[in-house]
Write a protein that binds this ligand. Structure first.
Ligand SMILES: NC(=O)c1ccc[n+]([C@@H]2O[C@H](COP(=O)([O-])OP(=O)(O)OC[C@H]3O[C@@H](n4cnc5c(N)ncnc54)[C@H](O)[C@@H]3O)[C@@H](O)[C@H]2O)c1
Length: 320
């Protein structure tokens, strides 16, 4: 393996929900020029494009990926490019091609160029046979293609670490709630959409049942966790390196609707489950994140009330 002498950071899928905020946070820490944003989409006025270096890059084009790594002197990749659960189940072949194919591109480049890699996983790795309070280690039998691609990603991460010493780390993100970029076609999008609908129309038709409970997290916590995991010394990272469970807060769809109604007068919500209910039902209600706490000191800061307050004030101030 080549030595990791290059120090710039590449973020794939940078124009998505997480990338928009991760690029901003990494640029604040390391300087704008040190962080190269990339995506297969071109959005000229996107903050990640305007705020620093940007490359058009598809993660399934291995030659182009190698070229960018060399030309931009990349030492670390935050690999966020993916097709999410709801979109992925509509087009499972595309989901597998981008999620597994893209991860292989990044890991192969990491092996050749000595890169460190962050490659996120998801609570979608768990299937209906997992305990509803999901432990770090249990059989992973997801029913969705998206979940299967994430299990493969975790296995690839472990293999590249064991066989080639590639330092790959990941988090099994819960549903992430944020206001700076739209949610990207996942099953937990209702917990983001409800805020936009409440402020724009005073009403939301929620696509899961009111008693649906899923693990969720405010984006600020997720970004802090991502950077903390990548900053942790290598000898503190244990067997969960491919996908650490990470707990933020866990609530039902009715509970978030009530929390929004307490802050937006006259808000109403109806529950009209669609096919995404099936995906939600196959996932845990909450996760045990003691490995993340023990290995790199993880602690969530936002509970349901704090994230509701942050979402509403964030959306109100961004629409001024
Ligand atoms: N947002 C969540 O709630 C959540 C939860 C669990 C896991 N994750 C994981 O976190 C990562 C980022 O998720 P996100 O919410 O930001 O997703 P997103 O859908 O908002 O963004 C993904 C980005 O990847 C880009 N992309 C798609 N195909 C590409 C390709 N071939 N080459 C380069 N870019 C491509 C898209 O244009 C998009 O900008 C994904 O791996 C996702 O599975 C997200």
């Amino acid at each position: 393996m080549a030595g990791a002498t290059n120090s710039r950071i590449l973020v794939t899928g940078a124009l998505g929900q997480i990338g928009t905020e991760l690029v901003e946070a990494l640029r604040a820490l390391h300087g704008a020029d040190a962080v190269v944003a990339s995506d297969v989409r071109d959005i000229p006025d996107h903050p990640c494009v305007v705020g620093g270096p940007y490359r058009h890059l598809s993660v399934i084009d291995a030659d182009a990926f190698d070229e960018v790594v060399t030309e931009e002197s990349i030492g670390t990749v935050y690999h966020l490019a993916a097709i999410l659960s709801a979109t992925g189940e509509k087009n499972p072949e595309l989901c597998e091609r981008i999620n597994v194919g893209g991860t292989v591109t990044v890991l192969e480049a990491a092996r050749k160029h000595g890169l460190r890699v962050y490659a996120p996983s998801s609570i979608a790795v768990f299937g209906p046979d997992a305990p509803k309070h999901a432990p770090q280690v249990c059989p992973l039998n997801p029913t969705t293609m998206y979940g299967k691609t994430k299990v493969t990603g975790e296995r690839l991460a472990m293999n590249y670490w064991k066989q080639y010493g590639v330092d790959v780390r990941g988090i099994r993100y819960p549903g992430l709630i944020s206001y700076k970029a739209p949610a990207g076609g996942g099953t937990t999008d209702y917990a983001v959409d409800i805020f936009h609908a409440a402020l724009e129309n005073g009403h939301y038709d929620c696509f899961v049942r009111s008693d649906t409970r899923l693990p969720m997290m405010y984006m600020e916590d997720a970004i802090r966790a991502t950077i903390a995991l990548m900053d942790a010394p290598v000898d503190s990272i244990g067997d969960a390196r491919g996908g650490y469970n990470l707990s933020g807060c866990s609530f039902t769809a009715a509970e978030i609707a009530d929390a929004v109604a307490a802050r937006v007068p006259e808000f109403t919500c109806d529950f009209k489950p669609d096919v995404r209910q099936e995906y939600a039902d196959s996932w845990p209600d909450s996760v045990d994140d003691s490995a993340a706490k023990q290995d790199w000191g993880w602690k969530a800061e936002y509970d349901l009330d704090a994230l509701c307050d942050a979402m509403i004030s964030g959306l109100q101030s961004s629409s001024i």
